[in-house]
Design a protein around this ligand. Structure first.
Ligand SMILES: NC(=O)c1ccc[n+]([C@@H]2O[C@H](COP(=O)([O-])OP(=O)(O)OC[C@H]3O[C@@H](n4cnc5c(N)ncnc54)[C@H](O)[C@@H]3O)[C@@H](O)[C@H]2O)c1
Length: 358
C-alpha cells in the first residue's frame, strides 16, 4: 500500500512498529487511538455477569463459554492472580459481550458493582484423598470474603456458588447476607448442575439414548451420599434393574472422585464443571429475562424437607427462584438414600452456619 501523500517516513515507521509491539493492557494511552476512547464501549442489550475466581481451572473455560453466551453484554473477570492475561485473551473473541478484568482484593468492589449475576468458582480444588469437607477451612474464608463484597456492592444480584463444599459454602453466604441485612433466599443458589449433567450422561449410556434427551432429577446436596439421583423419575420414563440402580447411584455420587483420581493430583473437574456452570447460569439468565418454565436443580434455602437448605428442582424467573418443587413420589431405595443424605447434609449446613456465627 502506498503511503498517503502527507505521511512521512517517521510516521510510517511508528505505524508499523505499533503493530509489531502492540501496547499492553496498562498502556492504552500510548496508542494513537486509545482503547478507552474507542466507540465500541458497550455491547447489545443483555446481562452483566461477574466471575470470581475467573483465572482458575473452572474459571477460564467458564469465562470463555460465558463470553459466547448471547444473553451476556458485560463480563467481569475477577481473581487474585492472572486476570490481565485471561481478560486480554478472552476479550479478542468476536462475540457481543464486553470483557473487563479485575485483579486483587482492591478491585473486588469495582468488579461487582452493577452486575446481575455473580458466579463463584474461587477456591482450592480437591486433591486425591481429600473429601470436599477437607477443603472447608480454605474455601469457607474465601466465600465469606466474596459474599461480604456482594452484600455491599450488588445485593440484588443472583449468586451461583460453585466453590466446595457447596453444602457448607451456600449456608456461609446466606449467613453473611443475613448479617448484612441483604439475604434474599430466591437469589442464592448452590450449583449442583454437574451432578445432573453426569447423571444424564451415565443414565443415557445405560439406556443407549442421546444424553440430550435424558433428564435425571438429582436432589439433596453436592457431596457423596448427599447427592441423590431420583432414578424413578427419569425422563423419558424408563425402568432399571436393581443392579443398574446401584451402579448408577454409586457412579453419580462418586463422579467427582472419578475425575480427581484420573487427574492424579492435578485438581478436580474443571471442563465438565464449566460446561455445567454455564448451562446453569444460562438458565438463571433466561429466567431473569422472563422466559417461562425454566426448571433446573439447585441447592437453595428450602422447606422441601426439615433442613434449611436442600437441592431440588426449582423454577427460575425474573426474581431468581420463583418456585421450589416437592420431591415427588420416592421408591424405597430413594427414601433410604434420602435419610442418609439428610443426616450428612445437616452437619455440613451447621458447619457453614457456625463458621460465620462463631
Ligand atoms: N460445584 C461443583 O460441582 C464443583 C465441581 C468442581 C469443582 N468445584 C469447586 O470449584 C472450586 C474451584 O476449582 P478449580 O478447579 O477451578 O480450582 P483452581 O485452583 O484451578 O482455581 C481456583 C481459582 O480461585 C482463585 N482464588 C483463590 N482465592 C480467591 C479469592 N479470595 N478471590 C478470588 N479468587 C480466588 C485462584 O487464584 C484460582 O484462580 C473448588 O472449590 C472446587 O472444589 C465445584
Amino acid at each position: 500500500m502506498q503511503p498517503s501523500s502527507g505521511e512521512n517516513v517517521n510516521q510510517r515507521i511508528a505505524r508499523i512498529s505499533a503493530h509489531l509491539d502492540p501496547p499492553n493492557l496498562h498502556m492504552d494511552n500510548t496508542a494513537s487511538v486509545s482503547r478507552l476512547n474507542c466507540r465500541a464501549k458497550g455491547a447489545a442489550a443483555g446481562f452483566r455477569v461477574a466471575i470470581l475466581g475467573a483465572a482458575g481451572g473452572i474459571g477460564q473455560p467458564l469465562a470463555m463459554l460465558m463470553k459466547m453466551n448471547p444473553l451476556v453484554s458485560v463480563l467481569h473477570l475477577y481473581d487474585v492472580v492472572n486476570t490481565p492475561g485471561v481478560t486480554s485473551d478472552i476479550s479478542h473473541m468476536d462475540t457481543g459481550a464486553v470483557v473487563r478484568g479485575f485483579l486483587g482484593q482492591q478491585q473486588l468492589e469495582e468488579a461487582l458493582t452493577g452486575v446481575d449475576l455473580v458466579i463463584i468458582p474461587a477456591g482450592v480444588p480437591r486433591k486425591p484423598g481429600m473429601t470436599r469437607d477437607d477443603l472447608f477451612n480454605i474455601n469457607a474464608g474465601i466465600v465469606r470474603t466474596l459474599s461480604e463484597a456482594i452484600a455491599k456492592c450488588c445485593p440484588n444480584a443472583i449468586v451461583n456458588v460453585i466453590s466446595n463444599p457447596v453444602n457448607s459454602t451456600v449456608p456461609i453466604a446466606a449467613e453473611v447476607f443475613k448479617k448484612a441485612g441483604t439475604f434474599d433466599p430466591k437469589k442464592l443458589l448452590g450449583v449442583t448442575m454437574l451432578d445432573v449433567v453426569r447423571a444424564n450422561t451415565f443414565v443415557a449410556e445405560v439406556l443407549g439414548l442421546d444424553p440430550r434427551d435424558v433428564n435425571v432429577p438429582v436432589v439433596g446436596g453436592h457431596a457423596g451420599v448427599t447427592i441423590l439421583p431420583l432414578l424413578s423419575q427419569v425422563k423419558p420414563p424408563c425402568s432399571f434393574t436393581p443392579k443398574e440402580v446401584d451402579y448408577l447411584t454409586h457412579r453419580i455420587q462418586n463422579g467427582g472422585t472419578e475425575v480427581v483420581e484420573a487427574k492424579a493430583g492435578a485438581g478436580s473437574a474443571t471442563l465438565s464443571m464449566a460446561y455445567a456452570a454455564v448451562k446453569f447460569a444460562d438458565a438463571c439468565l433466561r429466567g431473569l429475562r422472563g422466559d417461562a418454565s425454566v426448571v433446573e436443580c439447585a441447592f437453595v434455602a428450602s422447606q422441601v424437607t426439615e433442613l434449611p437448605f436442600f437441592a431440588s428442582q426449582v423454577r427460575l424467573g425474573r426474581i431468581g427462584v420463583e418456585e421450589i418443587y416437592p420431591l415427588g413420589p420416592l421408591n424405597e431405595y430413594e427414601r433410604a438414600g434420602l435419610e442418609k443424605a439428610k443426616k450428612e447434609l445437616e452437619s455440613s449446613i451447621q458447619k457453614g452456619v457456625s463458621f460465620v456465627r462463631k
